[in-house]
Write a protein that binds this ligand. Sequence first.
Ligand SMILES: [Zn+2]
Length: 402
Amino acid sequence: MKLTDPTQTLAALIRCPSVTPEEGGALTTLAAMLTDLGFANDRVTFSDTGTPDVENLYSRLGSSGPHLMFAGHTDVVPVGDNSAWTQGPFGADIVDGEMYGRGAVDMKGGIACFVSALARVIERKGVPEGSVSLLITGDEEGPSINGTEKLLAYARAKGEHWDAAVVGEPTNPDKMGDMIKIGRRGSLSGTLTIEGVQGHVAYPHLADNPLRGMVRLVDALLDPPLDAGNERFPPTNLEVTSIDTGNPATNVIPARSTARFNIRFNDIWTAETLADALRARLEQAARDARLREGREAVRYSVDFDARSSPSFLTRDDALIGTLSEAVHAVTGQTPALSTTGGTSDARFIKDYCPVVEFGLVGKTMHMVDERVALSDLESLTKVYETFIEGWFERQAASVEAS
Ligand SMILES: [Zn+2]
């Protein structure tokens, strides 16, 4: 295999059916490539109650600083309707300049490009002065319990320190060069339960319809907007994802109703301040009697999920600048510095070192016929190559200057 060719490195990874939590040969294949480049591999399996065991890989080249980390995942989401794929989901077939396969963009493609970029740097200029490590999990698309979070703690316990990290998730909405992610919104989920009194719809004075309270309390969660966003983050958004009453009868007032909701929040909030603000809104709305004249306050409870993710923003100008310049040099585009989208493993890495995300075009991720343009693979490989060289040069220059 020619490691400098991302179509070859990606094809080898796609051909490993590594649907979470299966390793599927993907980490073994990747580790073999890294061994060829001189890396030392550390394969480690993590376990937890109620979740499947997951294999992970921490691999390092070099022993001194500065230390650049590349993070990602080799696991992929299920193929879905296998017969709907026009090419085999684990075949890596190339049709009309595009390679097909689950994980092509999310995110075996990102890993393949990074490996090929590094192979090119090493071939042209030798091993960078410092260290490069790959922190690769098999548990990003699953529960994310036996993956990046534990692998970071494991590596730190062995004395690993990093100066910067790049996550290779697909960040570009439409074309290469659109977007670098420099932070992420937080995520908080909650459940709202309204207690009522069951009864006959014709005798509402003998009952207490929880849906009357639900309307007011849900409205209070949604309106007014929580904030207007700021220069780096879009406005915080709350979505009600379900309201369940489970009442099949048209003549029965139900006893109880439950709503679930999720908030994607910016750095104006923490999960705690947000939960407090929403509790205050509910408390006030519960006393609003407009739909329940003559009644006591709505009886309700609200529970917030313990597993929330914080929002974060990376402020390392050298890291962001080096990556932006590399993207611009290769694609001609000035990438937007964004904090949009869902959460990613960057939320764990940010506790260890500054982290940014840049990868392929995300359009087909998780879809049938996930695929990547070969020209995009070449473009991302060049971006990573330029970035790796630029980052180490900048580190060396700052050491000289100080
Ligand atoms: Zn991904």
